[in-house]
Design a protein around this ligand. Sequence first.
Ligand SMILES: [Mn+2]
Length: 291
Amino acid sequence: MKFGTLYSYWSTDWACNFDGYVALVKKASEIGFDILEISADHVYHMSVSELEKLNEIRKSHGLIFTLNSGPAKQYDLASADEAIRQQGMDYFTHILEKMPILQADTLIGAIYSYWPCDFVTTDKAAAWERSAQCLHIIGEAAAQRGISIALEVLNRNETYIMTNCEEAVAYCKKVNSSAVKVLLDTYHMNIEEDDIPAAIRYAGPWLGHFHVGENNRKLPGMNNSIDWPAVAAALHEIGYNKGVVMEPFILSGGAVGDAIRVWRDLSDNASPQQMDEYISRSLDFLKTTFA
Ligand SMILES: [Mn+2]
């Protein structure tokens, strides 16, 4: 397994420019991560020359990029509006075209719809029909480039499309593309699944990416609300050898705090140095527990 973190841990703002990513590549590799999970939307907007430069820096630090997408509503592949679905298809096609520049082969997130969901429409059957058709086409384009797509199972407050592993596997079967797999996240699973290790075993070969976080999105190992040894055993049982990426959110405020609904500080008023210590300790915990 390869261990990573989402880029936004240190900030309350989703924004991150080229210089910001260069600093994060250095920091993540110094801490000992294999993966830095970056924003697919930032890749969409970055120029080819910036991406080429960023890739050189990534390579020199021996890091892998995975791309995380919480698409805006204007790119909703489940939309009843054909023009919006087409906009989404164009958006993801452009991201897939840019990923080889970063030698990135994993695109993940709620790309079957948009995030966070506002629940204005919740016609699930119709949304499945529309988005699965779009994802079949995107999945085939990804497969041609050797890219895999992992669809994130979210909790009920963030989507209506897929909220447990069983639904996600059924959805992937409907998409019917070898590139399209499932992403399970312990934070969401803790809310929705009856039995987290059983859900991991159910996913089996469909599991394409894995997110880790405590019940309140604290860093893995910070409060042990999740039975981490049981999670690790289930991953070993299915022979999982891909990304294990933490998505810690412990700072309140800003666009990140609002989107994740962090309404109080969960960091114990950590200084920047303490933030580094927390994540370094959590990475050690994961490597030990998942070894
Ligand atoms: Mn996640």
